[in-house]
Design a binder for this molecule. Structure first.
Ligand code: NAP
Length: 263
């Protein structure tokens, strides 16, 4: 049992004086997490496209800094990483990728541009971030890279044709990063939330089970970092069932999803 509860990463519990860069921090989970980290004494750098929302965050969180960027622009991400490193008074302790794009999509109404947009923001943006921060994290031999995936990446789900595969890719990417970076002293984690009340899920017309607030999601993440978790999934009352479904044979899985969602 001890094997399952072993900290896989250097635990991050005391945030006082730590430096965190959060990409995708203008709203929702990213903003709530940036706010929680600031409240615990971290120096927070916030990025996203919406400069006004970032400035608003900085105004309400003295000492934090805004670096607006579009994650689909590799050079913009590189420039922001250099600026983040310069602004921070030391090496970055946490780099959190929380940017995300979601539109419900089914194979019966396939839209190439929409599918590619998901790939560009949810996966391509992470590659841009890796290109920008890996050299500096490896040189420092210090820091933690966290990617926000989703339980939608566990297995196929209705309306998740464009979104789900990008999140599945992030989980695989995080496992690869862990294997490569752990020996260099770097932490890596993948965060798989269930339903969180944010602008991203506001477009869902169905009743979202076990819906939590962005502040609750931030608290789950803080607990996960403190315990040195590799994967964080929450709320457990919802995600434990999805983790179980992940192990089902295909025929049972498809039948269970059809029954649960009516798809
Ligand atoms: N809410 C949920 O139930 C849920 C569940 C599982 C996983 N997630 C994941 O959690 C993460 C945060 O989502 P959220 O629910 O908090 O939604 P959200 O409030 O819409 O946040 C999405 C963030 O991504 C940023 N973003 C989107 N496109 C960007 C781009 N091209 N360049 C830079 N930043 C960009 C947005 O900022 P700008 O628009 O200002 O650029 C915003 O800050 C996403 O990865 C999402 O997939 C959410």
């Amino acid at each position: 049992m001890a094997l399952f509860h072993r900290a896989l990463n250097p635990p991050l519990a005391d945030w006082s004086g730590r430096r965190a860069w959060i990409v995708g921090a203008s709203s929702g989970i990213g903003r709530a997490t940036a706010s929680a980290l600031h409240g615990l004494g971290a120096q927070v750098i916030v990025s996203a496209r919406d400069g006004a929302a970032l400035r608003d965050f900085v105004h309400g969180h003295p000492g934090s800094l805004a670096l607006p960027l579009d994650v689909t622009n590799a050079q913009a991400v590189r420039d922001a990483a250099v600026a983040a490193r310069r602004i921070a008074a030391g090496p970055l302790d946490l780099v959190l990728y929380c940017a995300g794009h979601y539109r419900p999509l089914r194979a019966t109404d396939f839209e190439l541009a929409e599918a590619q947009r998901h790939l560009d923001v949810n996966y391509g943006g992470v590659l841009h971030l890796l290109d920008a921060v890996l050299p500096m994290l490896l040189a420092a031999g210090h820091g933690h890279l966290s990617l926000v995936g989703s339980v939608a990446g566990y297995r196929g789900l209705p309306m998740s044709l464009a979104y789900g595969p990008t999140k599945a890719a992030l989980h695989n990417l995080a496992e690869n990063l862990y294997l490569d970076l752990h020996a260099h002293g770097l932490g890596v984690s993948i965060i798989n939330p269930g339903f969180v009340q944010t602008p991203l899920t506001a477009q869902n017309s169905f009743k979202m089970p076990a819906l939590i607030t962005a502040d609750e999601a931030a608290r789950h993440m803080l607990r996960g970092w403190a315990k040195g978790r590799f994967e964080m999934n929450f709320p457990r009352r919802f995600t434990r069932w999805l983790r179980l479904l992940r192990c089902l044979p295909d025929a049972w899985y498809f039948s269970a999803v059809r029954r649960a969602t009516g798809a």
